[in-house]
Design a protein around this ligand. Structure first.
Ligand code: ADP
Ligand code: MG
Length: 408
């Protein structure tokens, strides 16, 4: 059996016309001889009646501190609603289809409500339905714990469901249908002349996704990469082939002209970051102080970024939402931290960056010319990050995109 996982995001399912396109893509897969496993997200975006954010707002209007277990029960309904609608549409058109919840599809997770991890997949139930020639629709973004609790997987969780099923079912490919025609050199919402990338490696898109390119969740890429299952990112409203995500080795075998010569893959951005500055100047045990700061953050589950430890001060960033918590911890420890809210991280990602001289010089030149001040920078062998004020984020992405000639 040739299994194809097809995942459809919320905007693709938002109304009847769009669902017609989705049905068309499923039918094409059947015609091509595939047994489709269709993973769906909740319908629409914030404000739409059954979108995930709308469900969150329902409870947050009552309390900001809703019980996590019950929140997951509520959130899991968004995908159930959208799944029932799609399955009914398929049946009305005369196709044999069945809807399975995450739990019924064998997605087993830990019990971290709101951000659960898939621990294993038991695809027996899905396979039984596929053997009966049924189209299996699975609610994305959710699973069930060993003790039978319903859990959700966090933002982008439907991508993760699709990847986990792709691996467990040894699918021929995982098609991620979204509202763009592929992975682009930057977010098309902020750069006009973006280019669609034909092929990217798992590593390239993983780095882009970790730095904020939300076109696919990085966890999904990591899962698919384990078994080398190809991922296609494409739009249900277009016949464009989309972007193939694969390993470099596979591409070379296929003779595709790929990423070998590519210096920069794309520019990603993340807003809503606070920089924290802690002076350790004059402290008796400076090394102890450094240790204490990061241990304090780790013990409170605050993930830190952009760390820069200097002789008498420490800088790092946290998401805006965790800034007050971080400050309280530091003040309790006897520090006098300073917070710089309203920052954004802009990342230049490219597997070709390593050891190439002049990349940083180009970044600094592009940003200075655009009047963007760099608050902090850091680099690895694949990424150069700059921290800028939030109002400089869009001009920074645009300037870097232009400087590295990534556009069409
Ligand atoms: P879905 O609901 O289908 O999962 P998402 O909103 O999660 O869709 O992801 C698609 C969005 O990702 C696009 O609308 C686009 O604005 C954004 N995006 C950010 N960076 C990129 C990029 N490099 N390439 C393509 N899309 C990107
Ligand atoms: Mg998404």
């Amino acid at each position: 059996m040739r299994i194809l996982v097809q995942k459809f995001g919320g905007t693709s399912l938002a109304n009847n016309d769009r669902r017609e396109q989705v049905v068309k893509k499923i039918m094409e897969a059947v015609k091509d001889g595939y047994a489709p496993v269709v993973v769906i997200s909740a319908i629409g975006r914030t404000g739409d009646p059954y979108a995930t954010d709308t469900l969150i707002n329902l409870v947050q209007s009552i309390t900001a501190d809703a019980p996590k277990r019950e929140m997951d029960l509520l959130l899991s309904c968004g995908e159930v609603i959208s799944g029932v609608i799609l399955t009914s549409t398929l049946k009305k058109r005369g196709f044999e289809a069945v809807l399975l919840t995450g739990g019924q599809a064998g997605i087993i997770t830990n019990e971290s409500y709101g951000d659960a991890r898939i621990t294993r997949v038991e695809p027996k139930n899905i396979l039984e339905h596929l053997h009966k020639s049924q189209i299996v629709v699975v609610t994305g973004f959710q699973g069930i714990s060993e003790k039978g609790q319903i859990t959700t997987l966090g933002r982008g969780g439907s991508d993760t469901t699709a990847a986990a099923l792709g691996v467990a079912l040894n699918a021929e490919a995982i098609d991620i249908y979204t509202d763009v025609e592929g992975i682009m050199t930057a977010d098309p919402r902020i750069v006009e002349d973006v280019r669609i990338l034909d092929v990217v490696t798992y590593n390239e898109i993983c780095h882009l996704a970790h730095q904020g390119a939300k076109v696919i969740h990085p966890r999904a890429v990591e899962i698919a990469m384990q078994k080398n299952i190809p991922i296609w990112i494409k739009s249900p409203f277009s016949d464009a082939p989309g972007t193939l995500v694969t390993s470099l080795q596979g591409d070379m075998k296929a003779g595709t002209d790929i990423t070998g010569d590519r210096l920069i893959t794309g520019i990603a951005h993340t807003a809503n970051i606070t920089q924290i500055q802690v002076s350790t100047h004059g402290m008796d045990a400076q090394l102890q102080a450094n240790k204490q700061i990061f241990k304090g953050m780790a013990l409170s589950d605050i993930s830190v970024d952009f760390i820069s430890v200097q002789q008498d001060c420490v800088f790092y960033t946290v998401p805006d939402g965790l800034a007050q918590k971080a400050l309280d911890i530091l003040i309790n420890m006897g520090f006098q931290p300073k917070a710089v809210p309203g920052c954004a991280k802009v990342s230049v990602v490219g597997a070709g960056i390593a050891g190439v001289p002049g990349v940083m010089a180009n970044i600094v030149e592009a940003l200075s010319d655009a009047g963007v001040g760099i608050l902090q920078s850091a680099d690895s062998h694949t990424t150069i990050w700059v921290l800028v004020k939030k109002e400089h984020m869009v001009p920074a992405v645009q300037a870097l995109h232009k400087k590295f000639q990534l556009g069409i």
